[in-house]
Design a protein around this ligand. Structure first.
Ligand code: SAH
Length: 355
């Protein structure tokens, strides 16, 4: 059966109309699913009983389930392992900040990108997630925590720009004023640097205006040579080409760009690395923030995070060159730091966070 959460309002309207029901019912259902937290069709109390039954016979009210949960005692972070209806597993993280809550969600089960420091990619790509599955990651976190999520970062497993159509449908569902009505600016798409995807995203329009989602680019090294050693995608798209696309994204959207840089001891954390990184970002000429992430060690790789002082030093070096950097505050450090590790453990690969 079809997951009804995976329909945009337009798609739902079409199906409801085709079934001979009144079109306004689509809006009601959409609102129940995406704004009013309905878990079942029986929660939709303003729908006639017979119609609820028709819906039950034709659709599932969601397809994702919580498989495992880990709660931090330090800072309110909650890590989730979700089970897909076909048995696949994905991860998501709920992060509590002072004034808002953010969901980090997956866009694919597994990942094909092969970044050497990332646990999500070790077994390759399972499959793309649907827009509905992405949305349900957020809804299940809200149900479990009882808290409203206002921001979404697509930084869980997978490469969102290689699941482009579903990403667009997800943004459509999230931002629909008859559903959650989330602001485009509350959504961040993180990419390992899929140049055609960035260019396509920079051209994306809604109601005549450029889409205003935030772009985060995982750079991790400032030269092609070094980047290729960490990220196979760098074989395909060089930094010059990537920065050109990023510039295009900024000129279309006027959104500040985030560059992610996982600091790895002895690999990309020297003063020279900081200088080269500053140069690349200056050449791009875009308002930016460099997010420095001390790498989460995974057993699949021998990478280690530099000492705190070395990280501070790297950030200061960047700032001396006029580049804004911040060291990512570590959340949930008591509950398995690294990306993709809950899933890996469940798949029996025994990944261990060294944090
Ligand atoms: N494919 C997208 C989004 C998923 S990865 C991308 O590459 O951006 C989200 C972020 O987590 C990326 O910046 C990625 O490089 C980073 N990451 C993955 N494994 C990590 C690890 N072990 N330590 C620190 N950051 C990691």
């Amino acid at each position: 059966m079809k997951d009804i959460c995976n329909l945009t309002k337009t798609e739902l309207k079409k199906e409801i109309e085709e079934s001979g029901e009144k079109p306004f019912r689509a809006k009601q259902i959409f609102s129940w699913l995406h704004a009013r937290g309905a878990e079942s069709f029986d929660d939709m109390t303003d729908l006639p009983k017979a119609f609820r039954q028709t819906l039950k016979d034709g659709y599932l009210p969601g397809s994702l389930e919580i498989e495992a949960v880990k709660r931090s005692r330090l800072d309110g972070t909650v890590k989730y392992l979700f089970a897909l209806s076909d048995g696949g597993l994905i991860e998501g993280v709920f992060m509590a900040y002072r004034d808002w809550n953010t969901a980090c969600i997956s866009s694919q089960a597994g990942c094909a990108m092969g970044c050497r420091f990332c646990a999500s990619t070790v077994n390759g790509l399972d499959r793309d997630l649907t827009a509905g599955e992405m949305a349900e990651e957020i809804y299940l976190m809200e149900r479990d925590t009882g808290k409203h999520i206002s921001n979404v970062v697509i930084m869980g497993s997978g490469e969102p720009l290689l699941n482009y159509e579903e990403l667009m449908r997800f943004i459509d569902i999230m931002t629909d004023p008859d559903g959650r009505g989330m602001s485009q600016r509350s959504i961040t798409v993180s990419t390992c640097g899929i140049v055609p995807g960035i260019i396509r995203l920079s051209k994306e329009k809604k109601n005549g205006a450029h889409l205003q989602v935030n772009l985060a680019v995982s750079l991790h090294a400032a030269t092609d040579e070094k980047r290729k050693k960490l990220m196979p995608v760098a074989e395909k798209y060089g930094i010059a080409e990537l920065m050109k696309a990023v510039g295009e994204y900024y000129r279309s959207t006027h959104r500040k760009i985030t560059f992610e840089y996982a600091l790895i001891e002895g690999v990309n954390d020297s003063d020279e690395d900081a200088r080269e990184l500053a140069e690349r970002i200056k050449e791009a000429g875009v308002p930016h923030l460099v997010n420095l992430i001390p790498v989460n060690p995974v057993t699949e790789s021998a990478f280690r995070r530099p000492a705190r002082q070395k990280c501070d030093n790297f950030k200061n070096k960047l700032e001396n060159f006029g580049i804004n950097g911040s060291i990512r505050r570590e959340l949930g450090s008591d509950i398995d730091g690294a990306c993709g590790q809950l899933r890996m453990r469940s798949l029996g690969r025994g990944s261990k966070a060294g944090t």
